[in-house]
Design a protein around this ligand. Structure first.
Ligand code: AMP
Length: 356
C-alpha cells in the first residue's frame, strides 16, 4: 500500500467548499494541493498550491494534471468514468471507481444497498408514463420521482401527491433516467460520516441529526438525539456499506429513522459531507483531516468529540449576517469565498459549540 508523506501533492477533482476545507486540513499536515475545476477562482483554488482550470471532459488536461500529482481524489462524485480511468493510468486514485460508479446513480445505489440486506425506501425504476402510473399505484401517494443521476440538494425531484400531479408532469422518460420512491414518514433524518483506510480500518464519526429546508441541508445537530442502539446500528450499517464498496477515503450515509425506529438508507456520498462540517470545530480530528489521512495511507486521528455542536448552513444572503455570527464567542464562522451571493447557494456555515 502506497503511503504519501508530508510534502507530497494531493490532486483534488472539484473546486467547491469540500475541496477548500480539505486543502486547509492538508496544509496543516504539510501536504500540497493541486485543484482541478472548470471555474476560475473557485473556493478551493483560493487555498491551493496549484490549480488547473479545465473541463472534466478535457482528457489532455486531465492527463497532465494526473501526471504531476502524487495521489488523486474527488470532492464530488459526478465524474465521467473515462476521466477517472485517465487519472488511474497515471497515479494512485482514492477512492476507486467502484464506489463512484454506484453513488452516481440512485438506482444502482439502491440496488446495491438492498442486495446487502440493508433497508431503503421502497422504489421502482421508471422509464415511461405508464410505468410511473403503475408504480405510484403500488407505492401509494405521496411518492417522490427523482432523476437517477445528477440530482443534489433536492434538484431533479418531484413530490407527487395525487394522480393529477402525474398528469401535470411533462417528462420525456428515457430508460434508466428516473426512480420513484415511496415517501418515508420519518421521525428523524440522520447521517454517519466515516473514513476507511487502505488497510480497511474504519473511523465512524458520531451520527448527526439533519434538518432540511427546501431540500437543502439547513441544520446538523451532533451528536444526534437518538437511542444508543440506533446510533450503533447506523454506524454498523455504514461500515458494512464502506467495506462492500471497498472505500478508501470518506463517505457519508444518510438515513431515515422511521417512526418505529427502523433505519432506511436514503443515499451515500463517497466524499466528505456537509453533515460532517461540525467535526472541524467539535472533534479531535475533522472529517477533512481524516479524509487526507485515508487518501495518503496514514493512520487515523481520534474522532472523539470535545464539544457538542449545532452546524447551520449559510445559504444565499444568510451569509450577510456574518457580523452577528462573528460576535458570538462560542460560534465558529466559515465562509467559502464565493464571489456572488445567490439564492440556494451554500456560502458558508457556522458551528455553535456547546459543552459535552
Ligand atoms: P435526497 O436528494 O434524496 O437526499 O433528498 C433530499 C431530501 O428530500 C431528503 O433529505 C429528505 O428530507 C427528502 N426525501 C428524499 N427522499 C425521500 C423519501 N423517499 N421520503 C421522504 N423524504 C424524502
Amino acid at each position: 500500500m502506497t503511503i504519501f508523506s508530508p510534502g507530497a501533492t494531493i490532486g483534488i477533482i472539484g473546486g467547491g467548499q469540500l475541496g477548500r476545507m480539505t486543502a486547509l486540513a492538508a496544509a496543516n499536515l504539510g501536504f500540497k494541493i493541486h485543484t482541478y475545476c472548470p471555474e476560475h477562482d473557485c473556493p478551493a483554488a483560493q487555498v491551493s498550491n496549484e490549480v488547473t482550470v479545465a473541463s472534466y471532459l478535457d482528457h489532455q488536461k486531465i492527463a497532465e494534471f494526473a501526471a504531476v500529482v502524487d495521489v488523486a481524489t474527488f470532492e464530488f462524485e459526478n465524474i465521467p468514468h473515462e476521466t477517472v480511468q485517465i487519472i488511474a493510468n497515471h497515479t494512485v486514485v482514492r477512492p476507486g471507481w467502484k464506489i463512484l460508479h454506484i453513488a452516481q446513480n440512485r438506482l444502482r445505489e439502491k440496488d446495491f444497498i438492498k442486495h446487502l440486506g440493508i433497508g431503503t425506501a421502497p422504489y421502482q425504476a421508471i422509464d415511461s408514463n405508464e410505468a410511473l402510473q403503475d408504480a405510484a399505484a403500488s407505492l401509494g401517494f405521496p411518492c417522490i420521482l427523482k432523476t437517477t443521476e445528477l440530482g443534489y440538494d433536492g434538484k431533479g425531484q418531484y413530490i407527487l401527491r395525487s394522480a393529477t400531479d402525474i398528469d401535470a408532469l411533462a417528462i420525456n422518460f428515457q430508460p434508466g433516467a428516473y426512480i420513484l420512491e415511496g415517501f418515508v414518514d420519518y421521525d428523524k433524518e440522520i447521517s454517519v460520516v466515516l473514513a476507511r483506510s487502505v488497510n480497511g480500518e474504519i473511523s465512524c464519526f458520531a451520527p448527526t441529526e439533519n434538518h432540511h429546508k427546501n431540500g437543502i441541508l439547513d441544520i446538523s445537530i451532533a451528536p444526534a438525539a437518538i437511542a444508543p442502539a440506533i446510533a450503533t446500528m447506523a454506524q454498523a450499517m455504514a461500515s458494512t456499506l464502506a467495506e462492500n464498496l471497498e472505500l478508501v477515503g470518506m463517505m457519508a450515509v444518510e438515513f431515515f429513522v422511521t417512526k418505529n425506529q427502523q433505519l432506511l438508507v436514503n443515499e451515500i456520498a463517497p466524499r466528505p459531507h456537509n453533515s460532517g462540517h461540525w467535526t472541524i470545530d467539535a472533534c479531535i480530528t475533522s472529517q477533512f483531516e481524516q479524509f487526507v489521512r485515508s487518501v495518503c495511507g496514514l493512520p487515523f486521528g481520534s474522532n472523539a468529540l470535545h464539544s457538542r455542536a449545532i452546524m447551520q448552513n449559510l445559504i444565499g444572503d444568510q451569509v450577510l449576517s456574518w457580523p452577528d455570527f462573528i460576535s458570538e464567542p462560542a460560534t465558529k464562522l466559515h465562509i467559502y469565498g464565493k464571489a456572488d451571493v445567490k439564492a440556494g447557494r451554500k456560502m458558508g456555515h457556522v458551528t455553535r459549540l456547546l459543552p459535552l
